[in-house]
Design a protein around this ligand. Structure first.
Ligand code: AMP
Ligand code: MN
Ligand code: ZN
Length: 761
């Protein structure tokens, strides 16, 4: 597929999936079992639909596994889904693996540019298979880091020494701020501006409503590319005059181990600057601390998490007095908090994100990239004005949302960069082997395979460090799994397995082979992955991710899945329950491209009393209570949502299983033998009856006699009756089953403290 076709195809697939998922969600939040008891027609229709979907699903599973080693289960009854759940997940896993492998190769892809822009975009390479992939081979752009006054040393694993040479606006002098001490159990340098950031207070005007100051037109604004120290000094003098400035960075991490801040954009109310941060003298830029660390000048950034890390790591810059517009959008409960969204909302500007993933090292900077970079800060002060006013308006005497943003922004600014240290033994750290395996179906790895996985993971890190390249340039992540699975012990197999091989690995193929062989031999007596795999965490880590609780910078996550949008958030039914249950079925039927069947859905629907006047439950008010989710979290995969592989506990009969013994179901032995299918049906019915009885006794307990004739009120119970506190707190989760799936979502972004979230690992 041509990359230009990808976007429309993606939209089409997403739209279709969203529709299906919504329907599933709506259906799942209905008590269909209960509705069965109210209408025979409805029951019949449900059964027909059920059979149909099972047949279709089985056909899909078979089609998805045709020609592969994965065996697709046959689903002939509802119960067989449960019985074969593991098999279903295996099929989906194999599909996700395939998709993941393709995405890895596609990483860095930029939307196909118009012909004129294409000429300006030296970031892409034409290859026969993927027309616009990043070049993971030797870079055509010479490594700028080789000319830096301070060249990268990836073998340095000591505590990171802040680059700060002088400390403008200090309340604690520099020497005192740079004394090593124990931080989180390790010797480290403290954040040099810690005290200043904690004590800083926003200037008064931040708490005052005033009309948003209109931005100047993009074309009419002076925009300067700054690539000399003199230019920096001139800019600095102008910045000192400003009350607030906007800052953003662009970063490159494909051909660098730790990553490189490649551009710094700064805007005042009337000028834009784009600073070249790849000059040998880049650390001289720390003179900008005269403004960056000045609490009287407000620094407006959007989604500053990585910027804060990158600024201190590469340039020795710290931010005192920051206003992060992401946290402002969050405090205001906006549905989205991306810069793209804010630009659209306040400026009606369609951000063109096509360059986001570009190779920002390119010089001279093509004009398209220059403009893109500028637009990230050009409108930001106007957006700040608008957000500030909205925050003040939404504040109460007890709770100032400005203070909230200040607090969150301080937390961002207080982050401390530390070098990523490779932990071969325990595989700890983001992007470490433990993290990778925990989020992948590694349960099946044998001792040898586990040993090989660890060994090649370390080998890849060593090569990347030595060459000052991203891991991806050694070989992509999915190759780790493939190599561990295959365990090539001869050169031929290695070459075949690794194909296509990156030049970095090609030149070291024999070393890699020796590493694999050695690990394979040593692995026989080593541990198995399952011995140290994390225990299942259950739902907490899944859909209802408690963002405070996750062990990786949440900045990496999109606030909503880019794939599912917000449909995973449990929604109030948009129509009365009785209606939506049937309507969903109808929608489902209509959405399936199948020949019409003698369905009774519409009849069933007619019979159900639809309370036409019932109002949809209003969506809960967007709580002004701020959600602590930082921005522009990047990638989020379906696998992220999964829990670790669940082990089957050997035959401990649960009450359910007892119920399914032939005796208890078949009743007196003089009854005719039941087939498995009949037994299942019986069991199902028994469950249903129990459930209905439970529901009835529940309503009895509520001292309202249950009356089937008033079915509408019962059917509408979900939307008309006030849900119990329990229900409200724990909304039905239609994906609960998926979350128990034996293999988890993968989340392998590297998030070493400083390496950018490349979102590629
Ligand atoms: P931004 O703040 O959107 O200008 O992004 C700053 C830098 O973060 C970019 O130059 C990229 O290096 C990186 N980045 C942002 N978004 C993504 C993404 N979706 N995938 C990968 N890298 C990203
Ligand atoms: Mn940014
Ligand atoms: Zn940017």
């Amino acid at each position: 597929m041509d990359s230009a076709e990808l976007a429309p195809f993606h939209d089409q697939v997403t739209a279709a999936l969203v529709q299906v998922s919504r329907t599933v969600g709506q259906l799942a939040s209905e008590d269909l079992g209960f509705h069965r008891t109210s209408s025979a027609d409805f029951t019949e229709s449900l059964d027909d639909q059920s059979d149909r979907i099972l047949t279709l699903t089985t056909a899909l599973l078979k089609a998805a596994t045709a020609g592969t080693e994965v065996a697709a289960p046959t689903l002939d009854t509802e119960d067989s889904i449960e019985d074969n759940w593991r098999g279903v997940v295996d099929v989906i896993d194999s599909l996700l693996e395939k998709a993941d492998a393709c995405l890895d190769e596609f990483t860095g892809v930029i939307k196909k540019l118009s012909p004129s822009q294409e000429e300006q975009a030296p970031v892409v390479r034409k290859t026969s298979r993927f027309p616009t992939t990043f070049d993971y081979g030797p870079s055509k752009i010479p490594k700028p880091q080789l000319l830096f006054d301070r060249k990268p040393d990836n073998s340095d694993l000591g505590p990171f020494h802040p680059l700060l040479k002088t400390k403008p606006h200090a309340s604690i002098p520099l020497e005192k701020s740079l004394k090593q001490r124990q931080i989180d159990g390790a010797t480290a340098y403290p954040h040099p501006y810690e005290t200043e950031i904690r004590n800083a207070q926003y200037p008064k005007p931040v708490y005052k409503t005033s009309p948003a100051i209109d931005y100047l037109s993009f074309e009419g604004t002076t925009a300067t590319f700054v690539d000399t120290l003199e230019g920096v000094k001139e800019m600095l003098e102008e910045l000192k005059q400003a009350k607030e400035i906007a800052i953003d960075l662009e970063h490159h991490d494909v051909h660098s181990y730790h990553g490189l801040v490649s551009l710094m954009q700064i805007s005042t109310r009337n000028k834009d600057w784009v600073v070249d941060t790849l000059k040998p003298w880049r650390e001289e830029l720390q003179i900008l601390n005269e403004v960056f660390a000045d609490p009287k000048i407000l620094k407006v950034l959007h989604g500053s998490t990585m910027d804060i890390i990158w600024l201190q790591r590469d340039l020795g810059l710290y931010v005192v007095g920051m206003f992060d517009t992401f946290h402002a959008a969050s405090a205001l409960g906006y549905p989205k908090r991306s810069l793209k969204y804010l630009l659209k909302k306040f400026v009606d500007f369609e951000a063109d994100k096509r360059y986001q993933m570009a190779d920002w090292r390119v010089r001279p900077l093509p004009s398209g990239m220059f403009d893109y970079a500028r637009s990230d800060t050009h409108y930001l002060l106007f957006i700040y004005d608008s957000l500030r006013n909205a925050l003040i308006a939404a504040s109460t005497p007890e709770e100032s949302l400005i203070d909230y943003v200040q607090e969150r922004s301080k937390n961002e600014a207080l982050q401390r960069y530390e070098r990523p240290v490779y932990d071969a033994e325990k595989g700890q750290g983001a992007g470490g082997w433990y993290d990778l395996l925990s989020r992948n179906p590694g349960g099946a790895l044998s001792k040898e395979q586990f040993a090989v996985f660890k060994a090649i993971h370390q080998w890849r890190d060593e090569v990347a460090r030595a060459e000052d390249e991203g891991w991806q340039c050694v070989f992509p992540k999915h190759m780790l799994f493939k190599l561990a699975q295959v365990m090539p012990l001869d050169m031929g197999t290695l070459l075949r397995t690794l194909s296509p091989m990156t030049p970095l690995t090609k030149s070291r193929a024999s070393d890699l082979l020796a590493t694999i062989k050695e690990a394979h031999a040593a692995g026989a007596t080593g541990p198995e992955w399952r011995d140290i795999a994390p225990p299942p965490k259950g739902l907490r880590t899944a859909l209802a991710v408690d963002m405070e609780d996750v062990d990786f910078p949440i900045a990496e996550r999109y606030e909503t899945s880019q794939f599912w949008g917000d449909i995973l958030q449990v929604q109030e039914p948009s129509a009365p329950a009785s209606y939506s249950a049937v309507a969903s079925l109808e929608a489902l039927r209509l959405s399936l491209p199948l020949p019409p069947m003698p369905t009774t859905v519409s009849q069933a629907r007619e019979k159900l009393v639809v309370s036409a006047n019932a109002q949809p439950t209003p969506a809960p008010q967007a709580a002004p209570e701020p959600a602590p989710v930082p921005e522009e979290p990047k990638y989020f995969t379906v696998k992220d949502l999964g829990a670790p592989r669940k082990r089957k506990v050997a035959a401990v009969a649960t009450p359910d299983e007892e119920l399914s013994t032939p005796d208890s179901l078949a009743g007196p032995s003089d009854e005719p033998e039941l087939t498995e299918k009949q037994r299942k049906k019986l069991r199902k019915e028994k469950k249903k009856t129990q459930k209905a009885a439970q529901a009835a006794s529940q309503s009895e307990a509520d001292s309202t006699p249950f009356d089937y004739n008033t079915a509408d009120s019962i059917l509408n119970v979900a939307s008309t009756a006030a849900p119990s506190v329990q229900q409200r707190k724990k909304p039905f989760n239609p994906y609960a089953k998926a979350l128990e799936a034996p293999s988890g979502a993968r989340k392998q972004k590297r998030n070493d403290a400083g390496k950018s979230l490349t979102f590629r690992k």
